[in-house]
Design a protein around this ligand. Structure first.
Ligand code: PHE
Length: 472
């Protein structure tokens, strides 16, 4: 089949549209749902510090590499990497770098759609207000809503209906193509999103406990820091920037030749990081003013926020805005996740874009129907993707870009000069080794932490005092 697949012919309609689509992909549940609780669990300011380091020194170079590889090859991740390997007379097996990423994006979407569905349910609920909720009743409300509580069957059909609505919306947008679907949706939704975000942050700072939020965000709790903190920060950076899954390679394939990749990448990274921090200022003041604990894990968003909205004056008005803006952000990310598979199917299997979208949506619905009510699946997938597959995908892609591809290969995309020199230095000597180290030690630290698996002695020494020897 080699050589039969051509370059993509579709392009982004404008640079603004491309930036909106990319920011739309990057800004999502990662910023609202995942970032705050991950920071809460991993030492607050210390985590945020590592996070910013990971974003700048690993995320930015990798994002540039993905766009460059995408535009150079003009194809989606798997085919694109294979064609670049061919051009350098290297093994086709490098395609595995694309495969890992593409599968990861599918796994992510398989739980992303479920959390988005919860978001829809909470948005609908928020119109009725959350008055009088305490943590216990909110917890009960959460399990009832997602179909695990007292009336699981009733809410199961409801949730499956919402899931179907969400997927159909994805199919429609992705099916309409890059310019007419994804770009258009992002250029409409993202500006609305930013306005809503400012409204919520303004409200939150004015009415919440901002002092506590500031000290939480900026004061590092070093005692909570371990190797798994680095892994958490790295995984979060990849997740939030939508890198390591081949998506940005695919988005790069639709780029016009005159779009400046380094500059656009910088803008996208800056916007995503800013939104994560601003989201922190939207969420933490409210959480603290309601006397809740920010380290309560994935449920922070769905259990704490309703309680907080129920207790704060004006909360009834701001709650729908809050869940609405999170849903906008989640939707522009899920369409991008779906695009990875659709764009590959379209170029490889000769199906139409709409056909491919319907097929992918159907498979997702079946997966969703089987586990939509299993929090264990979500936990496991979240851990597998952020803790293992995303860093692995990033490791392979950065190694490929830095060591397999020649410098000349990407000068047409990244130019020559200081930026190229810095990029090439980082992508060869910093990014792959750093990801590798964090991955190995962080993964072991985390496994040990969660499952109390015994580790070899020398690792115990390296992992430091936090490590507790297994009993027996
Ligand atoms: N970046 C998205 C978020 O933060 C999630 C995502 C990951 C989207 C990978 C696309 C690819 O929610």
């Amino acid at each position: 089949m080699a050589g039969e697949i051509g370059r993509k012919t579709e392009h982004w309609g404008s640079r603004f549209g491309f930036i909106m689509a990319s920011v739309g992909s990057a800004v999502g549940l990662g910023n609202f749902w995942r970032f705050p609780y991950t920071a809460g669990e991993n030492g607050g300011g210390a985590f945020i510090l590592f996070y910013i380091i990971c974003v700048l020194l690993i995320g930015l170079p990798l994002l540039m590499a993905e766009y460059a590889m995408g535009r150079k090859s003009g194809m989606s991740a798997i085919e694109g990497i294979q064609s670049l390997a061919r051009a350098e007379s290297r093994s086709q097996n490098w395609g595995v770098a694309g495969w890992v990423g593409s599968l990861t994006s599918f796994f992510i979407l398989s739980f992303y759609m479920v959390i988005s569905t919860w978001l829809m349910a909470f948005l609908i609920q928020s119109f009725g207000g959350f008055e009088g909720m305490d943590a216990a009743s909110s917890g009960q409300n959460f399990v009832d809503t997602i179909g695990q509580g007292e009336h699981p069957m009733r809410s199961k059909w409801y949730m499956l209906g919402l899931l179907a609505v969400f997927l159909v919306a994805n199919i429609i947008i992705v099916g309409r193509g890059v310019k007419g679907g994804i770009e258009k949706a992002a250029t409409l939704l993202m500006p609305a999103f930013f306005i809503m975000l400012l409204v919520v942050v303004g409200f939150s700072i004015a009415n919440g406990d901002t002092g506590k939020a500031v000290s939480f965000i900026f004061e590092p709790k070093w005692e909570d820091v371990g190797f798994k903190t680095f892994l958490a920060a790295l995984g979060q950076a990849f997740f939030s920037l939508s890198i390591g899954v081949g998506l940005m390679i695919t988005y790069g394939a639709y780029l016009e030749p005159d779009t400046n990749i380094p500059r656009s990448s910088g803008l996208i990274v800056a916007s995503d990081t800013l939104v994560a921090l601003i989201a922190g200022f939207a969420i933490f003041p409210i959480v603290f003013s309601a006397g809740l604990d920010p380290s309560s894990g994935p449920s922070l968003f769905f259990i704490s926020m309703p309680v907080a909205f129920g207790s704060i004056p004006g909360g009834a008005i701001i709650a729908p805005v809050f869940f609405g803006l999170a849903l906008f952000a989640a939707f522009t990310s899920s369409i991008s996740l779906m695009e990875v598979a659709v764009s590959w199917l379209e170029e490889r299997q000769g199906v139409t874009r709409l056909g491919a979208s319907i097929g992918v949506g159907y498979v997702l619905f079946m997966i969703g129907a089987a586990y939509v009510f299993s929090l264990e699946y979500l936990d496991f997938m979240d851990f597998m993707t952020e803790g293992l597959l995303l860093p692995l995908g990033g490791l392979l892609a950065s190694y490929f870009a830095g060591w397999v591809l020649s410098r000349e290969m990407l000068t047409s995309e990244l130019g020559e000069g200081t930026i190229m020199n810095a990029w090439r230095f980082l992508i060869r000597w910093f990014v792959p080794p750093f990801i590798f180290l964090i991955l190995v030690f962080g993964f072991m630290d985390k496994i040990q932490d969660q499952y109390h698996v015994p580790l070899p002695g020398f690792l115990t020494m390296l992992l430091g005092p936090n490590w507790v020897p297994p009993a027996g």
